[in-house]
Design a protein around this ligand. Structure first.
Ligand SMILES: NC(=O)c1ccc[n+]([C@@H]2O[C@H](COP(=O)([O-])OP(=O)(O)OC[C@H]3O[C@@H](n4cnc5c(N)ncnc54)[C@H](O)[C@@H]3O)[C@@H](O)[C@H]2O)c1
Ligand SMILES: O=C(O)[C@H](O)COP(=O)(O)O
Length: 528
């Protein structure tokens, strides 16, 4: 099978080498599309790879009938409508680490250029002026740098600023006093940071809560003569308020790599001599571009080969170590869901998944999603996938519970899936046998040992002599070969089950005939 991949923003050719190496991926590079052109052709593609230029809107996603994946070669995903992607079951991945260093270095370059007015002095020289008076700068040493947002880039900037012998104070909702101490920096609220800093740099994503975080009120709290740097996202700083604060001399200067509207050719902030700027170049180094393109390409290759991705944005991300531990259970989890969906025909109200044994020590959310996907597939078909499984369950009002216990009986690990409906509860349990692979080991209270693959027939019957024989004869009449058979019963003469593995899919007419046999209550075909 071939998958069509559209690259709609410039990506490093060296970085997309993993894509080129993959025979089943057909790569189209077209970075010149207007939004309308993109909408008209997106239906042909299975994956779309972008940087920050391409606007991946809801309208585009709605036309992307074959799209399974959006890859962002970089950090910020504010150009992608994540809700729309999730609703359509499209996984979004990014490359969060590849450009951290370049963005931190660019921030330091902007900080120093701002302090020493290097761009302004250079411009003046280019204009044939030898002017040594207009460009008196300030030192960084012993000045305070305030960092708002101490994530990957913020933390790298903090290290570098300390190298310049600056005092550093930071605010981040996840920064604790202890962590700040370890980094050798001060910790405070946003207000503390704004009040005491000589330079303020922002490194948050652009979110509802961070839009215009640095606004008129924030500028009023700052020291006179403060200098501002934004190499994160346009919109974190209110540009009108910044303009006014510079004109009123509250702010001595600003260094901006990002803007509320990009791209532009004309910007009122650039009319001010105190402002220096670059056109969103934080990640524009050979190294960063190669690195982000490799990261996102590897995820594309993994995804289309059925593997797990490293940097999902609309799924909870799990570390490599955890992924290695839980990956062998992915298939089992989904198959338990599919199996159980066939054992009941009522509206599911609640799904409970019990993880027992060593598995309970890990983040099992990806397994839960796979199980839910398996359960919903019966009614939703390919419309449900790992990305939207929980969202769809939510929409149908299905409650999902996860239980964990490290103790198990008999097996090292066990996953038990339980569904509650108005008519009662049904349950199936499975394990991964060392060296032998997945097994279904329990159906309700019946102990079984079934490899969850191929064509299965699940038959409920009365434990009476001849019941098994009648089923065998009928299947033989229909030329259906039985590969393996397991039986179980609650008590002699009571309810019993037969679980048969057969060589072919069993058709509806054959199921009807089986159901007509005496002592047979129910027959379900389960294709795994
Ligand atoms: N200019 C460029 O070319 C360029 C390059 C790379 C990244 N970026 C941008 O830089 C920013 C930071 O990237 P990163 O990789 O460090 O991301 P990150 O996720 O590692 O860090 C962001 C931090 O912001 C914090 N945060 C969130 N809301 C906050 C709030 N209200 N107040 C304070 N802190 C808050 C988070 O807790 C997190 O620690 C992003 O906006 C990213 O898009 C820009
Ligand atoms: O969020 C990012 O990774 C940066 O803003 C880089 O954007 P770019 O890939 O368009 O340079």
């Amino acid at each position: 099978m071939t998958f069509n991949i559209l690259i709609s923003d410039p990506l490093s050719e060296e970085g997309i080498y993993p894509l080129r190496q993959s025979a089943e991926l057909n790569i189209v590079i077209d970075t010149t599309n207007t939004p309308e052109e993109l909408v008209s052709k997106i239906g042909d593609f299975d994956a779309l790879l972008v940087r920050s230029q391409t606007q991946v809107t809801r309208e585009l996603i709605e036309k992307a009938t074959n799209l399974k994946m959006i890859g962002r070669a970089g950090v910020g995903v504010d150009n992608i409508d994540l809700d729309a992607a999730t609703e359509h079951g499209i996984i979004v991945v990014n490359a969060p680490d590849g450009n951290t260093n370049s963005a931190a270095e660019h921030t330091m370059a902007m900080l120093m250029s701002l302090a020493r007015k290097i761009p302004q002095a250079f411009n003046s020289l280019k204009n044939q002026q030898w002017d040594r008076k207009s460009f008196i700068g300030v030192e960084l040493k012993n000045k305070t740098l305030g960092i708002v947002g101490l994530g990957r880039i913020g933390a790298e900037v903090a290290h570098r600023a300390k190298g310049q012998r600056m005092n550093v104070i930071a605010y981040d909702p996840f920064l604790t006093e202890e962590k700040a101490k370890k980094l050798g920096i001060d910790f405070g609220s946003v207000e503390d940071v704004l009040k005491v800093s000589d330079f303020i740099t922002v490194h948050t994503p652009l979110l509802k809560e961070t839009r215009h975080l640095i606004n008129k009120k924030a500028f009023e709290m700052m020291k006179d003569g403060v200098r501002i740097i934004n190499c994160a996202r346009g919109g974190i700083i209110d540009e009108d308020a910044l303009y006014d604060a510079i004109v009123s001399k509250k702010v001595a200067g600003a260094a901006l790599d990002v803007f509320e509207e990009e791209p532009f050719v004309d910007h009122k902030l650039l009319t001010l001599p105190e402002v220096i700027a670059t056109p969103h170049l934080g990640a524009s180094t050979i190294e960063a571009q190669e690195s982000v393109a490799v990261d996102v390409s590897v995820d594309v290759v993994n995804f289309f080969n059925g593997g797990a991705v490293q940097n999902p944005v609309n799924l909870p991300s799990v570390s490599k170590e955890v992924l290695a531990k839980i990956a062998p259970f992915f298939d089992l989890a989904e198959k338990l869901g599919v199996f159980l969906s066939r054992l009941q025909n009522d509206v599911i109200e609640e799904i409970t998944i019990h993880y027992a044994g060593d598995l309970a020590n890990f983040d099992v959310r990806p397994l839960t999603r796979n199980t839910v996907k398996g359960l919903l597939k019966r009614n939703l078909g390919t419309h449900v996938n790992d990305v939207n499984a929980k969202l769809l369950a939510d929409r149908f009002g299905i409650k999902i519970n996860e239980h964990k216990t490290t103790t198990t009986k008999g097996f090292l690990n066990m996953i038990t899936v339980e569904v509650a409906t108005a008519k009662g509860t049904k349950r199936v349990a499975g394990t991964l046998l060392n060296g032998l692979g997945p097994r279904i080991v329990k159906i309700d209270n019946y102990v079984v040992d079934i490899v969850p693959e191929g064509h299965l027939l699940f038959i409920k019957h009365l434990d009476q002599p001849g019941a098994i024989g009648r089923v065998g004869t009928l299947l033989a009449d229909e030329h259906i070969n039985i590969a393996t058979m397991q039986v179980g019963r609650s008590a002699a003469g009571g309810d019993a089950i037969m679980l048969l593995k057969v060589d072919n899919h069993v058709e509806h007419t054959e199921v009807t005939r089986l159901k007509e046999l005496s002592d047979i209550y129910d027959v379900e075909v389960i294709d795994l």
